[in-house]
Design a protein around this ligand. Structure first.
Ligand code: ADP
Length: 648
């Protein structure tokens, strides 16, 4: 047995034995708990019970204005988990049906139907429903507050004398404002045609039109069409032209008894009309009407929903703050403004423009964004590539300049090496000139007529002078220029010049320097001084390599050959040769096997050759011979490849 059961049995046993009036404290506590639980359950049930909102629409269910009010209302009315809100809708269909008997039946029907779910708030949409609710208030949930929506303040009616628990924000249809705007847009209009129908609501609108027409400042002819058969409405509208403007409330019933919703009636009119149509209902937009100053039905529904929320929250209806009327905005159909040639610039910025054809930009926004981004990226890429290219060119130019400077420095070094032989080379003619001058003086001192001898002496002096000046001018050419030249020149001559420059050094070292010219001339494009520098570098190395050979064996052969489109320069010697392991590094900067060598000569030589579009290589057998081969294109079509002047 469980503990509570045991407890209960003991309690019962005691009750049998003890006097009846005695209060058992356990039982009292249990009863109290039970009471609290009941109260809580009831409270929760009450809290969970939904609040009901009954909406009475004046007309039929599918009237577009009703659908919009309903949507706005539902959007505003807040439900909560603790207290949901149920919205019930009823359609009184009053324009089509009516009369005291019908209304009484409807009131009874509603009372009985909603007895099971009595409303906490009643919403009435449009004037007819408000009138109905006021007339039958006593029978129809008299204590329940009423919120009205879509009720016009433009018509005479009960709005001024409503009971304090019947509240709402009225709508004011700005017919005059709409017409004035229309007449501004159609300055040629001489006629305003008002169209309504034959129900009591339609006839009320006609009365309103007549009042409004009196206020029109423009001297226009005003025509009214109410209770006119639909065919005639169509025919008369069809006969209109750009000199007229149509204003309509829409209608429920035409003069021949055809039923419409107001929206359908405007659609019908627009199909026939030769003049633009204006009206104050948002539901006319999209039917073929231009538009007008309207208050959207959904905005009315939203406003009513907010009042309903406040009432359900317990605020007394009269204490709910509200605007005096619903705001109206100019609402137009862009297709119609275009059709009737209304300039976009004349449409106020505050207007709502519906059915606007999306612009190219709106239609293709994503594609346009992607394309413009790609184009921008491309621009950016091109710009950065151009910048990069410019930087590279600048760097290349700087490199070429450095290369030129290095080549020049190397020529200065070579000149240093050749100083002794050059000095000797100049000294020789100078000494000869001196000797000849002394001989001439002696002849003149002797006073004899030795004109012939003197002429021969002067010729010698001239020849020696030219010889010395040739040496100096060659040296100056070798040393002076820094910038890389590009010219067409004959290679045999340039190499022969170089050999002459080397001649004194070769003689000083007792070396035979043999030049074998090519049979025909060989024209190449480039810098002749740099090509001479190639020869001098190779020949000086060869002179070093054969320094140890006995007298009579020291010989360097410079050969020029031509084959197809290339020229070939060979510098060969029979000196100590190059070790095979040194061959791969021969042209690297700072590679040298000499005690006082710099290791730059061959590196500079290769850069010059490559800058001329050529190549250089060596073949050697240690102890036997060494040949340096230089191959150059006969004609370098493009400029010297400056970038090849970068030393390795
Ligand atoms: P450097 O003359 O200052 O050493 P180079 O770059 O002109 O620099 O020459 C690099 C090396 O190539 C030389 O030290 C030498 O070992 C080798 N070399 C160049 N020409 C010859 C040659 N004709 N015979 C043998 N060795 C040579």
């Amino acid at each position: 047995m469980s503990a509570p059961e045991e407890n209960l049995m003991r309690t019962e046993a005691r009750t049998d034995r003890e006097p009846a009036m005695r209060v058992n404290p356990h039982l009292a506590a249990r009863l109290a708990l039970f009471g609290i639980a009941l109260w809580l359950v009831a409270g929760v049930a009450l809290a969970a019970e939904p609040r009901n909102v009954l909406v009475l629409y004046s007309n039929a269910r599918l009237v577009p204005g009703n659908l919009e009010v309903e949507a706005g209302l539902q959007e505003s009315i807040r439900s909560s988990a603790e207290r949901p809100v149920q919205v019930f809708s009823e359609f009184l269909d009053l324009p089509a049906f009516g009369g005291a008997a019908y209304e009484a039946t409807m009131a009874r029907y509603l009372r009985e139907k909603y007895a099971a779910h009595p409303p906490n708030v009643i919403v009435v949409a449009a004037r007819e429903a408000l009138d109905f609710s006021l007339r039958h208030r006593a029978d129809l949930f008299p204590e329940v507050p009423v919120v009205h929506t879509a009720v016009s303040a433009s018509f005479p009616g009960p709005l001024g004398v409503l009971p304090p628990d019947v509240v709402g924000v009225p709508v004011e249809y700005d017919i005059l404002g709409t017409l004035e705007q229309a007449l501004k847009w159609h300055p040629g209009a001489r006629q305003v045609v008002f169209v309504s129908g034959s129900t009591s609501r339609d006839l009320e609108w006609e009365r309103l039109f007549r009042q409004t027409a009196k206020q029109l400042a423009n001297p226009v002819e005003v025509l009214f069409m109410a209770q006119v058969p639909s065919a005639e409405v169509a025919a008369r509208l069809h006969a209109l032209d750009g000199h007229a403007v149509v204003f309509t409330s829409g209608f429920y019933r035409s003069g021949d008894g055809r039923w419409f919703t107001p929206r359908q009636s405007v659609e019908f009119m627009a199909q026939a009309s030769g003049a633009p149509i204006y009206g104050n209902f948002s539901s006319f937009l999209g039917t073929g009407a231009v538009g007008g100053k309207v208050t959207g039905f959904s905005a009315m529904g939203r406003q009513a929903g907010q009042i309903v929320n406040a009432v359900l929250a317990g605020t007394p209806p009269a204490a709910i703050p509200m605007p005096t009327s619903m705001p109206a905005v100019l609402d137009v159909d862009a297709r119609q403004t275009q059709r009737w040639h209304i300039d976009d610039a004349d449409i106020p910025a505050s207007a709502v423009v519906e059915f606007k054809e999306p612009t190219f930009w709106e239609n293709h926004r994503t594609a346009a964004l992607v394309i413009s981004t790609v184009i921008l990226l491309q621009f950016g890429l091109i710009a950065s590539l151009m910048l990069e290219h410019r930087r590279r060119r600048k760097a290349e130019m700087a490199l070429v300049q450095r290369g030129g400077e290095l080549a020049h420095a190397s020529r200065l070094a070579v000149a240093g090496e050749l100083t002794a032989s050059i000095a000797h080379e100049i000294n020789q003619p100078l000494a000869a000139i001196l000797a000849n001058t002394e001989a001439a003086e002696m002849l003149l001192a002797a006073g004899r007529d030795r004109k012939g001898d003197l002429t021969a002496i002067l010729a010698d002096i001239r020849r020696d002078d030219l010889r010395a000046s040739n040496v100096i001018s060659r040296l100056r050419t070798l040393l002076a220029r820094q910038a890389t030249a590009r010219e067409d020149f004959e290679l045999n001559d340039a190499i022969e010049d170089g050999c002459q420059m080397l001649g004194p050094e070769a003689r000083r070292r007792d070396i035979a320097l043999v030049l074998r010219r090519s049979p025909g001339p060989m024209h190449i494009t480039g810098d002749p001084i740099q090509i001479q520098q190639v020869l001098i570098n190779l020949a000086l190395n060869a002179m070093d390599a054969i320094g140890d050979l006995p007298d009579g064996h020291r010989r360097i052969v410079v050969t020029l050959k031509e084959n197809a489109e290339r020229v070939h320069l060979e510098v060969s010697d029979r000196g100590r040769g190059i070790a095979p392991e040194h061959l791969p590094q021969l042209f690297d900067s700072f590679f040298t096997t000499k005690q006082r060598g710099m290791g730059l000569g061959l590196s500079i030589t290769r850069s010059i050759v490559e800058a001329h579009g050529g190549r250089i290589w060596a073949e050697s057998t240690p102890g036997a011979f060494t040949v340096f081969h230089v191959e150059l294109p006969l004609f370098v079509q493009q400029s010297i490849r400056m970038e090849a002047l970068a030393w390795t």
